[in-house]
Design a protein around this ligand. Structure first.
Ligand SMILES: Nc1ncnc2c1ncn2[C@@H]1O[C@H](COP(=O)(O)OP(=O)(O)OP(=O)(O)O)[C@@H](O)[C@H]1O
Ligand SMILES: Nc1nc2c(c(=O)[nH]1)N[C@H]1C(S)=C(S)[C@@H](COP(=O)(O)O)O[C@H]1N2
Length: 194
């Protein structure tokens, strides 16, 4: 682990019911589990469990970026219901939008469930941080990040394959993945010599 850059990652579960204790939050454990399996870097997690309130979500994202998170993943609140405001709260703190992530996430989701088109999820850059919205269904976390595999063959690439190079480009740490979970892509010129 010593030769990998350390990274701080913000994980935010956004759900009225999980944050008020109506049901147990499965979003933060699913995010932590997947990231720990996928990344070879030592990760410090900054975790937040909050209700679907736009100002609260935006303030949490700003706080996590200011705390040095190179990557922030949210789960929940991306649908069409009146209280689903995660995309608006994310865009409100954006320096740049990264539409390719949302497009690919919905394409991946459609391989699993027809209602994937109901997710308005976005990804943005704020400062030196990449912020990505994932849907609230805990199973959608692995689906979206890892994509679809069959007999070990990658049928649909997950969006995480593009995350390490994106983090390079905004001046973050060099993220290295376990290829068995997620094979990241970088142009040859961006590969770090071993
Ligand atoms: N954080 C979570 N932990 C566990 N299960 C969740 C979580 N978020 C969503 N789910 C599950 O996914 C389903 C669909 O997500 P939905 O968007 O309706 O939830 P939600 O936005 O978290 O709802 P609410 O904010 O009202 O609690 C939920 O009914 C629930 O079973
Ligand atoms: N990969 C994936 N994407 C998915 C889903 C899923 O199960 N897997 N659920 C969909 C459903 S049912 C909804 S309503 C939207 C929005 O969910 P959210 O409001 O919980 O964020 O995400 C969609 N995207």
């Amino acid at each position: 682990m010593a030769d990998h850059d350390p990274v701080t990652i913000g994980i935010v579960s956004i759900s009225d019911r999980a944050s008020s204790g109506v049901y147990e939050d499965k979003g933060l454990p699913a995010l932590k589990d997947w990231l720990t399996r996928a990344l070879r870097n030592a990760i410090t997690f900054q975790e937040r469990l909050i209700p679907d309130e736009k100002e609260r979500i935006s303030a949490t994202l700003v706080e996590l970026v200011d705390a040095g998170c190179s990557l922030v993943l949210t789960t929940g609140g991306t649908g069409p219901a009146p209280r689903d405001v995660t995309p608006e709260a994310t865009l409100a703190v954006a320096d740049k939008e990264m539409p390719g992530f949302g497009e690919q996430m919905r394409q991946i989701g459609l391989r699993f469930v027809a209602t994937a088109i109901l997710s308005r999820q976005v990804a943005v850059i704020r400062g030196q941080s990449l912020i990505i919205n994932l849907p609230g269904q805990p199973k959608s976390i692995q689906e979206t990040l890892e994509g679809l595999k069959e007999d070990g063959r990658q049928l649909v690439p997950g969006i995480f394959a593009a995350v390490p190079y994106c983090v390079d480009l905004i001046g973050g740490p060099y993220l290295e993945t376990d290829d068995a979970v997620c094979k990241a892509f970088r142009p040859k010129s961006a590969l770090r010599q071993k």
